[in-house]
Design a binder for this molecule. Structure first.
Ligand code: HEC
Length: 164
């Protein structure tokens, strides 16, 4: 008897779950972009919405040098985790991701001189990945908007190698 009651209760619970998840596609779409809780809940909706794209770019394009931890490789690939250089100028970080960088830089007290070639082709992608970095890898350093990078120039890409 007790067991039957429990089964009935769990069946009820499951059906309520199905009902509440099944309803209103529009509502679900909204929930995806505006999270009331979670790691990005303090960020504006448009920044939250770009996080999946930023994560995808980070994991496919950046980890080979900056590592999944964002710690980089000391004196070769600078860190993006708790990196003073990155936090100091977010617009510069977006520009470097777009256009690459070949300068001498000091990041967390270590010197870096290797070249980074351009990593992404659009400001949307560069802003998305930098916002992902600013809010992951142990970082919680705010965000950068597309309008803040309006004046960043997308430099011409190096010409592709001639076809043989
Ligand atoms: C092939 C290796 C490589 C890849 C891939 C790479 N980087 Fe870099 N990155 C570097 C190097 C080397 C530097 C230092 C460049 C310099 O000294 O001018 C650098 C510097 C940076 C900086 C400025 C330094 C800092 O610590 O803030 C940022 C921001 C950055 N990279 C972001 C990214 C992002 C985002 C991606 C992925 C979209 C990425 N990088 C992919 C090698 C790489």
């Amino acid at each position: 008897m007790k067991k039957t009651t429990l089964t009935l209760i769990s069946l009820f619970a499951i059906s309520m779950f199905v009902v509440s998840c099944g309803g209103g596609g529009q509502q679900n779409a909204e929930q995806q972009t505006v999270q009331a809780t979670g790691p990005y809940s303090d960020l504006p909706a448009d920044i939250q919405a770009m996080m999946p794209r930023g994560e995808e770019i980070y994991k496919t394009k950046c980890t080979v040098c900056h590592q999944t931890t964002g710690l980089g490789i000391e004196s070769v690939f600078p860190p993006l985790a708790k990196a003073d250089y990155l936090i100091a100028d977010k617009v510069r970080a977006v520009a470097q991701t777009l256009n690459g960088s070949k300068i001498e830089m000091i990041v967390n007290g270590k010197k870096y001189t290797q070249e980074m070639i351009p990593q992404v082709d659009t400001k949307e992608d560069a802003v998305a990945v930098i916002n992902y970095v600013l809010n992951n890898l142990g970082n919680k350093d705010g965000f950068v908007t597309l309008s803040e990078v309006a004046n960043v120039e997308i430099k011409p890409r190096p010409a592709p190698a001639p076809a043989k």
